[in-house]
Design a protein around this ligand. Sequence first.
Ligand SMILES: *Cc1c(COP(=O)(O)O)cnc(C)c1O
Length: 398
Amino acid sequence: MTSSDGSTPAPPQHSATRLVTAGRDTKAQKGFVNPPVFHGSTVLYPTAEDLHAHRAEFTYGRHGTPTTRALQDVLMALEGPQCAGVGLAPSGLSAISTTLLAVLKAGDHLLVCDNAYRPTRNFCEGMLKRLGIETSYFDPMIGGGIAALFKPNTRAVLVEAPGSQSFEMPDLRAIADVAHAHSALVIDDNTWATPLYHRSLEQGVDISMQAGTKYIGGHSDIMFGTISANAKAWPLVTEAIRLLGVCAGPDDVYLALRGVRTLSVRLAQHHRSGLDIARWLAGRPEVARVLHPALETDPGHAIWKRDFTGASGLFSIVLKPVPQKAVDTMLNTLKLFGMGFSWGGFESLAIPFDCSEYRTATKWAPGGPTLRLHIGLENVDDLKADLDRGFAALQAAV
Ligand SMILES: *Cc1c(COP(=O)(O)O)cnc(C)c1O
């Protein structure tokens, strides 16, 4: 494209623009804005010579379609110039397991943040242990002190910033500096902020994965995962994807592409409404503490401010001590906050949780019952009115 004076315009720089423009090939789609859903396994080759040479733009359904390529192009543009490739997986957990299998081998040692997603730990304690890979867990607030936990065979460090239940904010840059000094790779579960608000590959992370099930899809209607890697780690990731046969279903890929186009407006609203409600909750007499790194009072706030450009709509609260029965009454009273796992969709959610069941490196003792809230795209006054009714029911049940 050329502008009226004949010069080539500078490429758009802002993420919001890249989310809209990247991965588009209108001509290839006979003018339509979006690529179709390719339900495809077999790709036909025009000649035997082409077949022998695997000479084709697309070679087999598992290895990609025009829709998967469009989505990969958008995600690469979103991650920034450090990104050497993006792999697509059928779920967030599969993105994690594929990543770990890509970088580890028998005899290796892995360090995992104690606030990591619980099924990540299950994979480490289940399959990785069986394959002869040892995992140890570290305090998310350890920072550069992680150096003491390195062994000669420590090959990778997995961090979740922030943890998706307890919201401690690890110092990824300090951890990455130590890891790289020990020739270990750094993996970040970047589901909470997405690369729109946290460009972790620019901050020393080698592999950044997301449960695309959450904000990329954004509508609670797909299972999907992404694995983005820098030039050092991408050859390992792409090899594992090929060897394991990891690929995502065509309808979910299409819906992820459709979802990512509106990520910037959705996430901005989740950020605004989430913080508004977090501040409101901090002033409630029933609430002891709000766990949200974008709040000035949060222990992770300085790191959030340094490394992130926004927050999503997920955070937790610690209630002042009340019986679980009263909390359950509150949950049963809420109408706009549904009870269900996952998050990142348009709708608000509330669930109780207890990290003490699985933590090993740190003790989880928040001092009262804990709830995780996802603030959806409903009007915030309606959400506050719903919580108000919930708190009234809680008080009445004490
Ligand atoms: C949901 C989630 C996952 C797993 O994603 P699925 O698509 O449900 O497999 C991984 N990490 C975090 C932080 C999550 O919240």
